[in-house]
Design a protein around this ligand. Structure first.
Ligand code: N01
Length: 547
């Protein structure tokens, strides 16, 4: 008897993170026979896999939540201003239960391939569990930060101690008590986990190649009066989220209480301020003022000034000048990478037990059985190695699956010269396959849950339209995808995101051999939203529809 489990479906959704969950809810409501396929054993996507100590969202909890259900908004109580991974995972499990999503999610199953058949305009999706799904539509809810990046280090398997990656952290607690720990990488994940691990470890060595610009998160327990007011204000908060560039309304809650510290001002230009004014702002608002000077996004002189302010602040916190120097991001501008926010990151380096190895001085040469060796011959010994080395971002979740469209062309081949997707929603040559927060959409440059909801609604509306109008296949035109890719590229020009000294996962430059290309759309959620609506209003301009 064959182990193959075949099913005919209207839609397959790959992934059950926030995108997959909402997409499932929408398509099921439309009456589709739909299944979400999920590699993990639970819902949550990024918030399921990234369970390393200290993992926390950097968008205010009130705003990092689903807006599609008024009841859900009212019944869920966030406990912190910026929510931790365990609480977010609990919230997403609550959503799964509340909307009875689990019955249409197949867990513990990884999609391995998706093949398009032109004559039937249907996809065949296979999994590592032997499933074969025959489906009309494929929705890739595979996330922007899914596939962990393991750096290519010599003798990587030689190390005999425990090894973890922040992006695939085990569910069981890792005990760092009395252990010597090495952390490679210092993006958002490294910066969040280092201070927490350092609380227990006997010794922590941070191996850093590109120290980050990081700013205090100012997280705090949720105030009951703030939460109560936010629940009343949700309609305005949601409207504002969709009508601004970032998808973050910047909700400030009830009128400021007496004695409460004012948030750093934004939209200011540093070049317009005298040296005394800059100093006064730094003293009044602390480091948090630094990322808010708008001209530093575009102007190198402005950027140089804020970098000086940053170094000054860093040196004021980190007592050891050598550590402060190693933590200084000298080689690239502020606003090149995604801004990082932290809780007591620099303060952790004031502990004698926490040291830093500046890989700009001597790179990692190889791993050894007991630790690692750097190019200057220094050897470091430790018991636990933590890779906080990020992801094959934006495209990794898609290229990890053998997706083949018209003529058997794979998405990997299609994107050999960089990923292009019309509106980040569909790739030319791959009809009836949709990508939620795909390359070319605001996605991770915005409050991603807002972008996810928007995409799910657009795809839902579109599939309804295709069914109502007996349209068998919908495909992005190559000309439209190319024009959109040009526009995405133009939108980033002149910003620090694409400065020659900038290497980031936005550009794909953290992955060997990946084409350097700015992938997310910088034009803003509001403008993007309008563009997508216009495309529909013009009868799906840029898409070929065939009966
Ligand atoms: O990954 P990263 P991340 N040798 O790519 C280093 C989201 N997120 O997981 O820059 C030595 O930012 C690499 O160095 P370099 C958020 O969107 C959000 O931290 O390549 N080092 C870098 O320091 C974020 O932007 C939250 O020189 C090596 C680090 O590893 C995104 O996820 C929390 C190396 C990777 O940093 C990714 O963040 C966590 C090597 N061979 C994540 N290879 C919040 O919501 C790589 N590195 C707050």
């Amino acid at each position: 008897m064959s182990d193959v489990k075949s099913k005919t479906l209207d839609a397959v959704i790959v992934g059950s993170g926030m995108a997959g969950m909402y997409m499932l809810h929408r398509l099921r409501k439309q009456g589709l026979n739909v299944l979400a396929v999920e590699a993990g054993t639970g819902v949550g996507g990024a918030w399921y896999w990234n369970r390393y100590p200290g993992c926390r969202c950097d968008v205010p909890s009130i705003e990092y939540s689903f807006s599609f259900s008024k009841e859900l908004e009212q019944e869920w109580d966030w406990t912190e201003a910026m929510v931790s991974q365990p609480e977010l995972e609990r919230y997403l499990n609550h959503v799964a239960d509340r909307f009875d999503l689990r019955k249409d999610i197949q867990f513990g199953t990884r999609v391995t391939s998706a093949n398009y058949d032109e004559s039937s305009a249907r996809w065949t999706v296979t999994t590592d569990q032997g499933d074969v799904f025959d489906t009309n539509y494929c929705v890739m809810a595979t996330g922007c930060l899914t596939i962990p990046n393991y750096p290519d280090i010599n003798n990587a398997d030689a190390f005999q101690g425990e090894v973890y990656h922040t992006a695939t952290w085990p569910k069981e607690e890792v005990d760092f008590t009395g252990k010597r720990v090495a952390v490679i990488g210092c993006g958002s994940s490294g910066v969040q986990t280092i201070p927490i691990i350092a609380e227990k470890a006997e010794q922590l060595i941070a191996f850093q190649r590109s120290p980050v610009y990081t700013f205090p998160a100012r997280n705090a327990p949720m105030k009951p009066e703030f939460l109560a007011q936010a629940k009343k204000d949700y309609p305005e908060i949601r409207a504002k989220q969709r009508n601004c560039a970032s998808g973050i309304a910047g909700y400030t809650g009830p009128a400021k209480a007496e004695g409460e510290v004012e948030k750093p001002k934004s939209s200011r230009k540093i070049l317009g301020l005298t040296a005394e004014q800059r100093q006064a702002e730094l003293e009044e608002f602390g480091m948090g003022a630094i990322p808010n000077y708008v001209d530093a996004f575009f102007n190198e002189d402005a950027n140089a000034i804020v970098r000086d302010m940053f170094d000054q602040s860093l040196k004021a916190i980190v007592k050891d000048p050598q550590k402060a120097d190693a933590l200084s991001p000298k080689d690239y501008p502020l606003h090149c990478k995604r801004p990082v926010i932290d809780t007591n990151y620099y303060e952790a380096f004031n502990k004698d037990s926490v040291s830093i190895v500046d890989l700009r001085e001597s790179a990692i040469e190889e791993l050894t059985a007991t630790g690692l060796r750097t190019s200057d011959g220094s050897e470091y010994e430790f018991d636990i190695l933590v890779y906080a080395t990020g992801f094959d971002a934006m495209t990794g979740g898609l290229t990890a699956i053998d997706i083949r469209g018209i003529g058997g062309e794979s998405i990997k081949e299609k994107w050999a010269d960089g990923p292009t997707a019309y509106l980040g929603l569909q790739v030319s040559g791959f009809p009836n396959l949709f990508t939620i927060t795909g390359p070319g959409s605001p996605s991770i440059l915005s409050n991603v849950i807002v972008s996810i909801e928007y995409h799910c609604e657009w795809i839902d509306q579109t599939i309804q339209y295709l069914r109502d109008n007996d349209i068998k296949a919908m495909e992005a035109k190559q000309s439209a995808a190319d024009a959109w890719a040009d526009h995405v590229n133009e939108a980033a020009q002149g910003t620090m995101y694409v400065a020659p000294t900038c290497n980031s996962w936005y550009l794909g430059s953290n992955i060997d051999g990946k084409k350097r290309m700015f992938m997310p759309y910088l034009g803003g959620v509001d403008k993007y939203d309008q563009k997508c609506k216009d495309v529909i209003a013009k009868g799906y301009e840029g898409f070929a529809l065939s009966r």
